[in-house]
Design a binder for this molecule. Sequence first.
Ligand SMILES: [Zn+2]
Length: 279
Amino acid sequence: MVHQIAPHKLDNQYKPRPPKADDYIFIFAKGQFYLDCTDEKAPRVPTLSDFAEQKLPQLRYLFAIDGIAFYLAWEGDITLPETYKLQPTFALFPMQPGYMGFAGLTASHIAGWYDKRRICGRCGAKLVHSEVERKMDCPECKAEEFPQINPVVIVGVTDGDKLMLTQYANRPGPKHFALIAGFAEIGESFEECVAREVYEEIGVRVKNIRFYTSQPWAMSGSLLAGFYCDLDGDGTITLQEDELSEGVWVPREEIPKQDVGFALTAEMIEQFRINQFPA
Ligand SMILES: [Zn+2]
């Protein structure tokens, strides 16, 4: 999955230090990154050394991978060469080192949070960054804002040798099977969330809810928690049609092989297909 970057290691603790020449800068605007596109076929993430001639503003420390730090800047903080172009996150995935896609996703999650935490939600004063941790403080009313992570469950619902595969409604493009998924609500456990989402989306009850694994998922600012569970009782599907266009029990031998590598959903479908999932 995209966050599995071993033998490299993401050190996500907030440990600012003076930037070094080979540290990277993610320069954000409109949810995208400025990349150096001097070679259009091989864009690259800028490093501090690219701006050696400029007096830079104080850059926001993000995290480090293998001792190389990543910093955040916003469009307007830095004078950019003409070869720099705004690129979506997926432009980072073919890059070397191979962890750059995950670094970009993680940076975009943090940047998106900073972007929405400029003003105190309680008193309206301008927030300032804590010096010791990733946190925004209100100097007036002392409110604290910590990075926000929205928990999501991904659910493999099984009925013996069949797995419930769904398709989202209103999504253009090729047919793409998914699993039941949804955001955890305030006041419920993951297990309660699993049972509720399954009932809402396909109208069946489940039992034997067991955890599989988790994955940080920056696209929705989430931490995904993957669960398998078994059908309890009648398997007749009542589809929540504003969310799903299809929900079908698919026998194991008819499930297409998944191209795992990126997302938890594909891995969970594949683990069921090869019968390597927690019983
Ligand atoms: Zn305040």
